[in-house]
Write a protein that binds this ligand. Structure first.
Ligand code: ADP
Ligand code: MG
Length: 234
């Protein structure tokens, strides 16, 4: 066959992406035409001041919102104009999310928090629990699997949230200020946990941070300013 697609399309490709909130005099141009690509298996940091459009960018890439214009290619497939049912499937099967808040269910054990979503989408209890325990062990939480969130530190809770996001073996993990609520020692453990998921499980990671120290975990850095790309290093 002659013109087959290259086997490894970029994990993400963004072309002239724009997102405007509202309209008329009060419209806010949160993203003003952004273009870049991220290779599979990469770990990229998005930096920029508060209000520069970092969360907006992550939401467009994570299919949690739809851009005003421009294209997003996920593993070579343009996704902004797909039907919502198809986007939902991609979110469930190909993407994972970690936010600043851990959003764990307080009445569930750590391992139950990790595997519950997978169990609800039809996995067997044994397979789900085995994978959850494996992920928790990889994140140095093997001895915390049977604890409730209230018995865990903030950094431990965030690592449980990372394990939960990895349950369905996503191609891309989005993390919006995952260390925003943590002291620097816990932050470092969370960043190392993400780096481990990237290097050992091969998941592509895009994370937002405004801690310059966190650049050391990234292979590329995307700088945003007022909704525009000011630099993209790799
Ligand atoms: N839902 C929304 N409606 C209106 N304006 C919004 C909304 N979300 C974000 N904005 C605005 O868009 C800009 C970028 O916001 P955001 O992406 O949250 O930036 P960051 O994550 O870098 O702090 C800001 O001016 C913000 O006030
Ligand atoms: Mg934000």
């Amino acid at each position: 066959m002659s013109d087959v697609e290259p086997r490894t399309a970029p994990a993400l490709e963004v072309r002239d992406l724009a997102r405007t909130y509202g309209s008329g005099a009060t419209a806010v141009q949160a993203l003003r035409g952004i273009t870049f690509r991220i290779d599979q298996g990469s770990m990229v940091c998005i930096m920029g001041k508060s209000g520069s459009g970092k969360s907006t960018l992550l939401r467009q890439l994570g299919l949690l919102d739809s851009p005003t214009s421009g294209e997003v290619l996920l593993e070579g497939v343009e996704v902004t104009r797909l039907r919502e049912s198809r986007r939902r499937l991609l979110r469930l099967e190909r993407l994972g999310y970690v936010f600043q808040e851990y959003a764990l269910l307080p009445e569930l054990l750590a391992e139950e928090n990790v595997y519950l979503p997978a169990l609800m989408s039809g996995g067997s209890l044994r397979a789900c629990r085995d994978r959850a325990r494996q992920l928790l062990a990889m994140l140095d939480l093997g001895n915390r699997a049977g604890h409730r969130p209230s018995e865990l530190s903030g950094g431990e809770q965030q690592r449980v949230a990372i394990a939960r996001a990895m349950m369905n073996d996503p191609a891309i993990l989005f993390a919006d200020e995952p260390t925003g609520n943590l002291d620097s020692a816990s932050s470092e453990m969370v960043m190392k946990a993400l780096a481990r998921m990237n290097s050992e499980l091969g998941v592509t990671i895009l994370f937002v941070s405004h801690d310059l120290d966190h650049r050391q975990y990234a292979r590329g850095v995307i700088h945003l300013r007022d909704g525009a790309l000011t630099a993209s290093e790799s």
